[in-house]
Write a protein that binds this ligand. Sequence first.
Ligand SMILES: [Zn+2]
Length: 285
Amino acid sequence: MTGLAYIENPLDRCANRRGDASWIATLRQAKNVRMVHINGDKTIVVDGRIVTSLPSDDPEPIFLGLDHKGAPWFASTSNVAENLRDLRSLALEGVLPGPELGILAQARALVHWHARRGYCSNCGGRNEVADAGYRRHCPSCNIDHFPRTDPVVIIVVRREGHILLGRQSSWQPGMFSALAGFMEPGETIEAAARREVFEEAGVRVGAVTYVASQPWPFPASLMIGLIGEAESADIRLDRQELDDARWFPFAEAMLMVERRHPDGLWATNPMAIAHQLVRAALQSP
Ligand SMILES: [Zn+2]
């Protein structure tokens, strides 16, 4: 899918080598090392490129991978305050090349995970960083902790030439999107999607088709994009979740995708998977 943010990541993560501490230490000292500075949701950007040449005082930067020139990339927690841009704005505005956004998604998710996993969730002991940042080990109870990714199902539901979109009151005026929610333990992707749509809009969904996925590092989601075929039509809103949900005829939905709707309604930004799912739902049989 073209235009989606965070989906391109050119780095070779070298998962089978990053446990070699001496190799990682050598890479840290390499002349061509690239350091991504992460401060909350932000990184340093100058002239439309992320700045990777500044030194870091982070004692345990995370190894991100090798680029096609063999340069090692690391991510560090940073307190740098100048030239910061937040990752969402960078994606929305299309400021950075796609591969740099992909690297930022990896960096941001990992830095956030480490910031909250200093102590063992099993025994409360102090965790140690291992595998160049892809594991934390608790020496007290000998348990390993791994970075997590939280799957979210996001689905455009169709029925007889219409698609179901909803909106929350906190969103920008006129914006409608696909329905979405976190998967729960012990659920299949299809079951989670059917549950979310029924809970939020009261619509029953039958067949569910996978379309695409998108890392969404705020802080650690993976959006799993789906198209579903409705088995019922009546909408019953859960007002806690949604402010509005409607069946839009295909022609009207296309106006929303193209930002030409007469009432100013629109179907999210092209960098978000919801927008691309709406396009796909209107085009595929
Ligand atoms: Zn422990």
